[in-house]
Design a protein around this ligand. Structure first.
Ligand code: NAI
Length: 331
């Protein structure tokens, strides 16, 4: 099946080509899908998207006018797709529901450890032959309280890792996982209690109308002074401007993110020769207790192979007009 793949990154191309094994006619484009670039899908019945692509109402109308019938997402998250509009236009959407929750949970842990033990600062110092330890003091994770918001596939893996570190785990989810309660002593509570009692808070819920700015000024006010806040979920789960105030007042002691509210058009791209236009991320980058990675938590060999294989499987199913089980529909 003829498919235009938007936002093809160098790191995923070999995995896609291998999984496809010549089956489908893939048009691999580096361009992001936007209103302006939608025209590049001409001739394809199927379009494949990454998280930074724009599948809002206007873009979907353009794709529909070109005869596009299917969207195949190379991600678990689907907040960048206007599902209502897609349904109205009869455009079917499929995603990769799970490719490696370990990849994201492990990266979350890497952010926690790097921030706590000040690894970036230590590394930079040693490279400059500064072997002093002043200012590098961390804290034992053992015995600390960690609030995990969202205990689905990724959150539950993180719980298991944190349990291994000897942390006490508070959690919030609309569905309580009995196995996590029984095997890892997880205590389910509400977001307010998590904010009040946690030394570290990590976000693993999808971005929806309900979860947008879940961490806002009011929730930050409830947090322990010096709390560590980690977001590898979606940027808009957090009100970044409120976090900046929290960092300036030292209410937030550490902020680790792999996702950012305005990451579209910024993350995944080399802007090293550009003037940074986004003043909010520019301010975040000035704090020495902020660690930012540009949406790379998923970036492991296992995850890339699984994403490519499921994407090709979803194409197979659309071509044969059979259900893949990976369809995304409006709840
Ligand atoms: P999942 O669907 O397995 O788990 C999400 C959990 O959130 C579920 O247990 C669900 O019941 C809970 N939930 C949903 N709405 C809620 C609400 N309003 N309040 C409390 N709990 C709620 O999803 P998974 O695979 O664990 O992924 C979580 C999120 O992580 C994704 O939606 C995506 O945005 C993000 N993600 C980030 C990646 C990265 O590279 N940084 C890669 C993959 C996913």
């Amino acid at each position: 099946m003829k498919t235009t793949i938007f936002s093809t990154h160098k790191f995923e191309e070999p995995y896609l080509v291998k999984a496809n094994n010549g089956k489908h006619q893939l048009k691999l484009l580096e361009s992001r899908l936007t209103e302006e670039t939608a025209i590049l899908a001409t001739g394809s019945k199927t379009v494949s998207l990454f998280t930074g692509d724009d599948a809002s109402s206007k873009v979907l109308e353009k794709l529909n006018a070109l005869g596009v019938k299917h969207l195949v997402l190379r991600s678990a998250g689907f907040n960048h797709v206007d599902l209502k509009k897609a349904s109205e236009l009869g455009i079917k959407v499929a995603r990769v529901p799970a490719y490696s929750p370990y990849a994201i949970a492990e990266h979350t842990m890497a952010l926690i450890l790097a921030l706590n033990r000040k690894l970036i600062k230590a590394h930079n110092r040693v490279r400059e032959q500064n072997f002093s330890l002043n200012g590098l003091t961390g804290f034992d994770l053992n015995g600390k309280t960690v609030g995990v918001i969202g205990t689905g596939k990724i959150g539950s893996v993180l719980v298991k890792i944190l349990h291994g570190f000897g942390c006490k785990i508070l959690a919030q989810d609309v569905i309580e996982d009995q196995n996590l309660i029984n095997s890892y002593n997880v205590i389910y509570t509400n977001c307010e209690t998590i904010c009040k009692q946690s030394d570290i808070i990590s976000l693993h819920v999808p971005l929806t109308a309900t979860t947008k700015h879940l961490i806002d000024k009011e929730h930050i006010a409830l947090m322990k002074p010096g709390v560590m806040l980690i977001n590898t979920g979606r940027g808009r789960l957090v009100d970044t401007k409120a976090v900046i105030v929290g960092l300036k007042t030292k209410k937030i002691g550490y902020f680790g993110i792999d996702v950012y509210e305005e990451e579209e058009g910024l993350f995944f791209e080399d802007h090293s020769n550009d003037i940074l236009q986004d003043d909010v991320i520019a301010r975040l980058m000035t704090f020495n207790n902020v660690l930012i990675t540009s949406h790379q938590a998923f970036l492991t060999e296992t995850a890339l192979a699984n994403i490519a294989e499921t994407t090709i499987y979803n194409l197979d199913c659309f071509e044969k007009q059979i259900l893949s089980g990976n369809e995304v529909t409006i709840e």
